[in-house]
Design a protein around this ligand. Structure first.
Ligand SMILES: NC(=O)c1ccc[n+]([C@@H]2O[C@H](COP(=O)([O-])OP(=O)(O)OC[C@H]3O[C@@H](n4cnc5c(N)ncnc54)[C@H](O)[C@@H]3O)[C@@H](O)[C@H]2O)c1
Ligand SMILES: N[C@@H](CCC=O)C(=O)O
Length: 541
């Protein structure tokens, strides 16, 4: 244990590389991409620090070229789930007893490895497996993940420093114990950083983890595990398994030592897991912590005083970066009649200049959606809008699955603010727009607040400060992250703590002290220096 109270390095956000044409960093990253594209990677599970190869292999296909398989992973069974739980529980005592500085050092080292020798590798894996362009890979897989690691170390020490006051003659302390048992991280395909953050932030606090990444993010998940291993993470602390989601949940969530779920993914899956936890509530040693960040139907509302170019640009970037596959993506917009023709014109011009294709060419702004299911889902919304009497596809609408899962940036205009694409999460490059009469601003704020079950992110655009304030108040519970004159995506760790309420999650704010607190169970300690020796109150003589 520690014999000093030490200060961790001050966390600052990792600078984002430009990858401008001709720069050394873009040459290096594209060379890495080509190298990894040509390899056939074999990806085992990692249980108790050992690579586990089952022989039941699944090919990995790239979204931008579905005929190209870049490797395979080993699929596990329920026996591997048991093995992972047992490995985690076996590692618990030693990991918990290791001083926090040693735990912190491992994750700080992982951050430095990602910032240095692994930067191209994790970015390239994210480009190949998840179809992100160089900028989207850089802000996610490199920068956001590095930020999570460094800031969480700082938040952990801030949290540990928060101590109660003590009256004369006594010393009050609190200690932040890890949860009793093991914790379960279930992560989505769309952010490498989230996949890295969910298991690591819990492990940092002394917890032991069973981690099930999405089968669509396995390549970059492997890189995360490689980095953690090189950084010195002891065996069994984080166990990575590639097993069926539902079956795994049924097994893990029925275990007596299950102590917490850290989930990011769709609302329906999270609700199913919450229900399973409820059904098992009598089986547990302790009440499990449940943290879930889930779906979104994120809004942009413009006031008649808004700047046209700013609105149009926020819609183009907010809706189409990473093909709209961000939980924060702008997917419904409310534009006043007086601005609509101009906003539409700027959007048409900007979208016409967007290049679509493989991330291997950094000039492609839009790449492929994750898989066939997503492609079909997007196509369904486009086809139904084309056939609908109350909606029109006014920009884009083209899809092409001949080589990869490409859906062109699409804008649907509808006369019905309750139209399906205005209220349902699509998770693709499709923006729906409802044009309102300028006089209906206040009524439209009510529609924004009430027409979707989600409450993740949202933006208001206005130059009129009274209008900003009106939206701020009317939309108080309509989003967990609220933006004024900015797009609703791109939260930065340490700057905009991220998460939403209603059907969007438990709003425990990833990358913040609020989240870390959920993975601890506080013990209060009171020590009396000179203990009383008589039961009588002073006035009883
Ligand atoms: N709010 C946020 O911070 C945030 C961030 C990223 C993504 N998301 C959401 O995630 C979704 C997209 O990610 P996705 O497609 O990977 O989500 P998903 O719900 O399909 O999968 C998430 C994880 O759950 C697992 N899973 C799937 N079915 C399961 C089941 N029945 N039981 C247990 N586990 C199961 C998957 O294998 C994966 O690991 C979107 O809804 C998006 O809004 C939210
Ligand atoms: N933190 C990211 C969203 C992650 C969800 O997919 C953002 O703010 O855009």
């Amino acid at each position: 244990m520690s014999k000093a109270i030490s200060q961790v390095p001050f966390a600052v956000n990792e600078p984002v590389n430009s990858y401008a044409p001709g720069t050394p960093e873009v040459k290096s990253l594209i060379a890495q991409y080509k190298k990894m594209w040509a390899e056939k990677i074999e990806i085992p599970m990692v249980i108790n620090g050992e690579e586990v190869k089952t022989g039941d292999t699944v090919q990995l296909q790239s979204p931008q070229d579905h005929a190209h398989d870049f490797g395979f992973y080993h699929r596990g069974t329920m026996q591997h789930v048991d093995d992972a739980i047992n490995a985690a529980l076996a590692a618990k005592k030693e990991w918990n007893e290791l001083g926090w500085e040693h735990r912190a050092a491992i994750f700080l080292k992982a951050a430095d490895l990602l910032a240095g020798p692994y930067r191209d590798v994790i970015n390239a894996a994210t480009m190949i497996g998840q179809s992100k362009n160089v900028h989207q890979a850089e802000i996610d897989a490199a920068c956001e993940f590095i930020d999570f690691l460094r800031f969480n170390v700082e938040f952990m020490t801030e949290m540990y420093s928060e101590q109660p006051v003590s009256d004369a003659g006594i010393w009050n302390r609190v200690e932040y114990r890890p949860l009793e048992g093991f914790v379960f991280a279930v992560t989505p395909f769309n952010f490498t950083a989230i996949s890295g953050n969910l298991p690591t932030c819990m492990a940092m606090l002394g917890n032991v983890v069973v981690w099930k990444p999405s089968d669509k993010q396995i390549y970059s998940a492997k890189v995360i595990m490689d980095v953690l291993t090189e950084a010195g993470l002891p065996k069994g602390v984080i166990n990575m398994i590639f097993t069926d989601g539902k079956e795994t949940a049924e097994k893990v969530l029925a275990h007596r030592d299950f102590a917490g779920l850290h989930f990011t993914g769709s609302t329906k899956v999270f609700q199913g897991m919450w229900k399973m936890i409820g059904d098992n509530i009598h089986n547990y040693r302790t009440y499990p912590r449940i943290v879930g960040e889930t779906g979104g139907k994120d809004f942009v509302i413009a006031h008649p005083s808004a700047n046209v170019e700013a609105v149009a640009t926020a819609l183009v970037r907010g809706s189409f970066e990473y093909q709209g596959q961000k939980c924060s993506a702008a997917s419904r917009a409310y534009i006043p009649q007086s601005l609509w023709a101009d906003v539409k014109k700027v959007m048409e011009t900007q979208i016409a200049s967007i290049k679509i294709g493989s991330p291997e060419d950094p000039s492609n702004f839009v790449n492929a959606v994750i898989d066939k299911n997503s492609f079909e889902k997007c196509k369904g919304y486009i086809d139904r809008a084309n056939a609908s009497g109350e909606a029109n596809v006014i920009i884009g609408g083209k899809t092409d699955d001949s080589k990869g899962w490409f859906v062109h940036p699409t804008v649907i205009e509808t006369t019905n603010p309750q139209y399906e694409s205005m209220v349902e999460e699509i998770f693709g490059p499709i923006l729906s727009v409802y044009v309102y009469e300028d006089k209906d601003w206040a009524e439209t704020l009510k529609v924004v607040d009430s027409s979707s079950p989600y409450s993740l992110t949202g933006s208001v655009f206005a130059q009129d400060r009274y209008a900003v304030n009106e939206a701020f108040k009317a939309l108080e519970n309509a989003s967990g992250n609220f933006y004024i004159n900015d797009k609703p995506t791109g939260a930065v760790v340490g700057q905009q703590p991220f998460g939403g309420g209603r059907a969007s999650g438990t709003n425990d704010k990833a990358g913040s002290k609020m989240n870390l607190l959920r993975w601890t169970s506080v013990r209060s300690i009171k020590e009396t220096f000179v203990s009383p020796k008589d039961y009588k109150y002073p006035y009883l003589g």
